[in-house]
Design a protein around this ligand. Structure first.
Ligand SMILES: Cc1cc2nc3c(=O)[nH]c(=O)nc-3n(C[C@H](O)[C@H](O)[C@H](O)COP(=O)(O)O)c2cc1C
Length: 203
């Protein structure tokens, strides 16, 4: 059957939703968004109100810095944004970093802002939802919420970069994690460090 018989299968660019909340680690989101901006893909960004505060504290800028012809920044209160609807097809949704507050809202199915909504949409549509929770230590409520979301189909991917590649800088650590995140999103990338045995290690 050709495309005409499958109207939902119209060719389009790969499309990703990156939701950023007010947990520490906005550098991961910024690196992910800037990397996606170098590819021929569409990137939709939503940063929560506290996410914007934390981003300014940690990076010295807010979401206005995310610029590119295929980068679309949505207001976290705008439920009329296309990404709020399950009819708007996306390939993967990532919440990075994810606060325990947002984690709780997602686990409870509460759609209080556009971030909660895009994650809820991913779960109901059965598309890829990757959550990067950030808090330490984790209490039982956090752990239960992660399990609830994993059981609902989300991938729980804490930002715990490995050290076996002998990272030299913070950028090395960030890239190694963002590379693995891109892997999980199904995006071919050169950021992830591929383990090829100890003989491959730099001295
Ligand atoms: C500088 C700063 C760092 C924070 N780091 C975390 C964190 O790592 N994890 C977390 O769960 N909350 C953290 N918080 C608290 C959340 O931002 C707060 O609970 C907020 O209500 C979350 O809202 P959001 O999930 O809509 O972004 C932090 C707040 C600030 C100001």
């Amino acid at each position: 059957m050709g495309e005409a018989e499958h109207p939902r299968k119209i060719a389009r660019k790969a499309r990703y939703v990156i939701a950023v909340t007010g947990a520490s680690g906005s550098v991961y989101a910024a690196r992910l968004i800037s990397y996606l901006g170098t590819l021929d893909v569409e990137t939709h960004v939503v940063v929560s109100s506290t996410g914007q505060t934390v981003m300014r504290l940690e990076l010295g800028h807010g979401p206005e810095e995310f610029e590119g012809p295929d980068i679309f920044v949505h207001d976290p209160g705008d439920f009329t944004a296309p990404v709020a609807s399950g009819s708007f097809e996306v390939d993967a949704t990532v919440v990075v970093p994810c606060t325990m507050g947002t984690l709780g809202a997602l686990a409870a199915g509460i759609s209080g802002n556009l971030i909660h909504r895009v994650a809820d949409v991913a779960l109901k549509e059965g598309t890829s939802l990757i959550i990067v929770p950030r808090e330490t230590p984790a209490n039982r409520i956090h752990l239960r919420n992660m399990l609830t979301l994993a059981e609902a189909g989300a991938v729980i991917m804490p930002a715990t970069p490995g050290f076996y590649h002998r990272p030299k800088t913070i950028a090395d650590l960030v890239d190694a994690f963002v590379g693995r995140l891109l892997d999980r999103m199904g995006v071919a990338n050169t950021l992830a460090k591929r383990w090829e045995g100890p003989e491959d290690l730099e001295p």
